[in-house]
Design a binder for this molecule. Structure first.
Ligand code: NAI
Length: 342
């Protein structure tokens, strides 16, 4: 019996040893706008991922110090810095996931659309470089107004002949993160269990949390439904006002974006059970782009989850119809911007 137990132990150790010999997942992630308010904490969180072997940080300024600082963390990925247009291409070559938080944030009194003029050009230029250097990468657009910058990115990729709608995402994870937090607080639930799908777009009334589809299944009074919906829609403005001119959400945004990066990497790595909400090309709502839950796989979006949109409450159905014209106009503004260019 003793010999048998030694044999079992040896076999177990051998299995552990083999497990350790499994090759480490090795994905390359590039952050464009990495020295910014979102870029820095996002880079830190990505540096913590065991799935990342190379982390490329690009910005027009101040990125050298960020990279030097992060490179001292004893996690697997190698951190490299890239500064200015002449180093943009190199930052992108061979990358699997590109995250774009480049651009200006809101100040009090501004809507996300007020950022259009500056950020539209930034996103256009950066996505042109993505098309030229890593056309197969997953592209995560954080720069606002997401309702317009994602259509801009799509048009640029089309012009370059490399558009894959399954790999272009507007990052709306922060809306889900906020919805989960506020619902858990209101209903006194364990945060880890709560999941609220958020559909539509990523600005004001286009953000539509589907509270009736919350997991675990719970009921809301009409008043709770209204209060929570409005708070989730205005949560970004809550932060803009609290920061009083110093910018918009950066830390919670970095947290949310890191979750979306990690989900993308897990999907790329073959995990067959990865779902996230994102603003993507869609046929779920008679609009060219629409945020919904999507199933992620090795090649990007494997399915749009349409079931969330069935059996909505009257309040949600009405809110869905109300948001469509505004979302449509923002999408068209983005598309027109690219075609207006000389
Ligand atoms: P920030 O001003 O702190 O950082 C922006 C960074 O972009 C700066 O480091 C700047 O040098 C860089 N940048 C500017 N032009 C660039 C270019 N052509 N190429 C590369 N980098 C460039 O702004 P913050 O707070 O990090 O916000 C960034 C963007 O994210 C804003 O547009 C903001 O509205 C958006 N945002 C989106 C959210 C979402 O849920 N999708 C939530 C919060 C903010």
């Amino acid at each position: 019996a003793l010999r048998q137990s030694f044999a079992q132990k040896a076999q177990k150790q051998n299995q552990n040893y083999q497990y350790q010999l499994q090759p480490q997942a090795s994905y390359k992630v590039t952050v464009l706008g990495a020295a910014g308010g979102i870029g820095q904490p996002l880079a830190l969180l990505i540096k913590m991922s065991p799935l990342v072997s190379a982390l490329h940080l690009y910005d027009i300024a101040n990125v050298k110090g960020v990279a030097a600082d992060l490179s001292h963390c004893n996690t697997p990925s190698q951190v490299l810095d890239f500064t200015g247009a002449s180093e943009l291409a190199d930052s992108l070559k061979g990358t699997n996931v590109v995250v774009i938080p480049a651009g200006v944030p809101r100040k009090p009194g501004m809507t996300r659309d007020d950022l259009f003029n500056i950020n539209a050009n930034i996103v256009k230029t950066l996505v042109e470089a993505v098309a030229d250097n890593c056309p197969d990468a997953f592209i995560h657009i954080i720069s606002n107004p997401v309702n317009s910058t994602v259509p801009i990115a799509a048009e640029v990729l089309k012009q370059k002949g490399v558009y894959d709608p399954k790999k272009l995402f507007g990052v709306t994870t922060l809306d889900v993160v906020r919805a989960n937090t506020f619902v858990a607080q209101k209903k006194n639930l364990k945060l880890i269990d709560v999941d609220v799908p958020v559909v539509g777009g990523h600005a004001g009334i286009t953000i539509l949390p589907l509270l009736s589809k919350t997991k675990p299944s719970i009921s809301f009074t009409d008043e709770e439904m209204e209060q929570l919906t409005v708070r989730i829609q205005n949560a970004g403005t809550e932060v803009v006002e609290a920061k009083a001119g110093a910018g918009s959400a950066t830390l919670s945004m970095a947290y949310a974006a890191a979750r979306f990066v990690e989900s993308s990497l897990r999907a790329l790595d073959g995990d067959g059970d990865v779902y996230e909400c994102a603003f993507v090309q869609s046929d779920l709502a008679d609009l060219p782009f629409f945020a919904s839950r999507v199933k992620l796989g090795k090649k990007g979006i494997e399915a749009l989850i349409s079931s969330d949109l069935q059996g909505l409450t009257e309040y949600e159905q009405k809110a869905l119809e109300t948001l469509k014209p505004e979302l449509k106009a923002s999408i068209e503004k983005g598309i027109a911007f690219v075609h207006k260019q000389p």
